[in-house]
Design a protein around this ligand. Structure first.
Ligand SMILES: [Zn+2]
Length: 128
């Protein structure tokens, strides 16, 4: 049986790639959008410390991976969800650039640890 979205009053199915989040694709996208707005506001208040930037970058990276999994899972997305998925990807890109730009204005270049390769973050992406 397909699990249902845990968002209040939503009865949409949860795609297999979102079983851990327990949200339908649309509500996950809305959640990511809300987090992006919070991050953007935080970045507007002033330069972010390196550890916070690393935390934000890790979050943005993980959400981008999840969105890519949704987009390429082969499960049918509702028509109204597709443009939202593309829009939130653009939002992630813009927020990532905003954080880097704002933080770069008053800090030296960060020495962030490299992100794990896609095959480590998502083993199913490894070439078989
Ligand atoms: Zn939902």
């Amino acid at each position: 049986m397909t699990p249902k979205c845990q968002y209040p009053l939503c009865r949409s199915s949860v795609p297999q790639v979102l079983e851990e989040e327990k949200l339908c694709a649309l509500h996950l996208i809305r959640q990511i959008d809300a987090h992006c707005r919070e991050i953007r506001r935080e970045a507007l208040r002033g330069p972010l410390p390196l550890d916070r930037r690393a935390e934000i970058n890790a979050y943005l990276y993980s959400q981008a991976i999840i969105l890519a999994q949704i987009a390429t899972s082969g499960e049918r997305l509702p028509d109204e969800t597709r443009p939202c998925l593309l829009s939130v990807f653009l939002n992630l890109i813009n927020v990532c650039e905003k954080v880097a730009r704002r933080s770069g204005e008053e800090h030296e270049k960060p020495s962030l640890a490299p992100l794990p390769p896609l095959a480590v973050a998502w083993p199913a992406a490894a070439v078989k």
